[in-house]
Design a protein around this ligand. Structure first.
Ligand code: GAR
Length: 317
């Protein structure tokens, strides 16, 4: 099995969703692992559980700290733990748009309603008061709008006659524990399917001027229109079992240096020679900004002067 995606969970309270994520991650074939549980409340009960289960924890009370400062400390802890995703699980603080944008598409949240119904608080009381037949839970991507990002999965929970918000909340929570691990697993899997990875590369490559895509030896391949190629998307090339991006580099020295510094990620692509490097995309931690820079640099190395000149002008603008 490929590397498991590294997830930090942020909690503020009981952490029962964190526990559900944790125990699911300990079952066979789970595609993610928890690398950190962080909280804004040192008394959050979930912290003790995480510790007892051998998961690293980090706590910083938000009292007396500015929002940006507090959030930056939790973000740093997540990054230092090597997290590639953050799962909010009853984390009761709103993230700044800056943080959301730095982790775009990599922060998930669970919310106790059938979004877009009832964002915010008191969801169960509002569903009962509205006479709804069902309440429920949603897992969604976090964007700058409160409980507003793309919904990745939902589960309805029937409202019973005479239900109180507390009784309903307990049943919704049971449903949440089923939903969150399943949706997180599906999401990290989707993000590392070759089709999804190819699409990410394609979007970034085709954003470069005068670039088109052709197929070469069955690989999606990107080049200057009627000109030279600068990138290949390689899937299991000659049975190497890797999903990778191949881009141009300066030569044998740089190739050797990259491989020495990070032998897991970089490799010498068979049949491509010294002028190319393979960058693995199947390690569950792709930094897409770095991939965009590699593509741009490779594009520059083959683009005619009139195009690189235009790019320089745009960069200096
Ligand atoms: C859960 O019901 C979760 O959906 C909710 O807080 C509870 C946390 O329980 N989250 C929100 O309301 C976010 N707006 P837990 O700490 O036991 O997982």
């Amino acid at each position: 099995m490929a590397d498991r995606a590294r997830v930090a969970v942020f909690i503020s309270g009981a952490g029962s969703n964190m526990a559900a994520l944790l125990y699911a991650s300990r079952l066979p074939d789970c595609p993610y692992q928890l690398v950190l549980v962080a909280s804004n409340d040192p008394a959050a009960r979930g912290l003790a559980l995480a510790q007892a289960e051998g998961v690293a924890t980090f706590t910083l009370p938000h009292k007396g700290l500015g929002r940006v400062e507090h959030e930056a400390a939790l973000e740093r802890a997540a990054a230092e733990a090597g997290a590639h995703y953050i799962a909010l699980a009853g984390y009761m603080r709103i993230l700044t748009p800056q943080m959301v944008s730095r982790w775009e598409g990599r922060i998930l949240n669970i919310h106790p309603s059938l979004l877009p119904l009832y964002p915010g608080l008191d969801t169960h009381a509002r569903a009962i008061a509205a006479g709804d037949s069902h309440a429920g839970a949603s897992v969604h991507l976090v964007n700058e709008e409160l409980d507003g990002g793309e919904v990745l999965g939902q589960i309805p929970v029937a409202i019973l006659t005479g239900d109180t918000p507390e009784a309903l909340a307990r049943r919704v929570l049971a449903a949440e524990h089923q939903l969150y691990p399943r949706v997180l697993a599906q999401y990290v899997d989707r993000e590392r399917s070759p089709e999804w990875l190819a699409q990410q590369v394609r979007e970034r490559a085709l954003a470069l001027p005068e670039t088109d895509e052709v197929s070469s030896h069955g690989m999606p391949c990107f080049g200057i229109v009627k000109g030279r190629k600068f990138a290949y998307f390689s899937i299991d090339h000659h049975g190497d079992v890797k999903t990778a991006l191949l881009v141009k580099i300066s030569g044998a020295d740089e190739q050797a240096q990259l491989i020495e510094n990070d032998p897991e990620r970089y490799y010498r692509p068979a049949y491509f020679g010294d002028g190319w490097i393979g960058i693995r995309l199947d390690l569950a931690d792709v930094d897409w900004e770095s991939i965009a820079s590699w593509l741009q640099r490779s594009w520059r190395s083959v683009a005619p002067k009139k195009l690189t000149g235009l790019m320089d002008a745009a960069d200096n603008f």
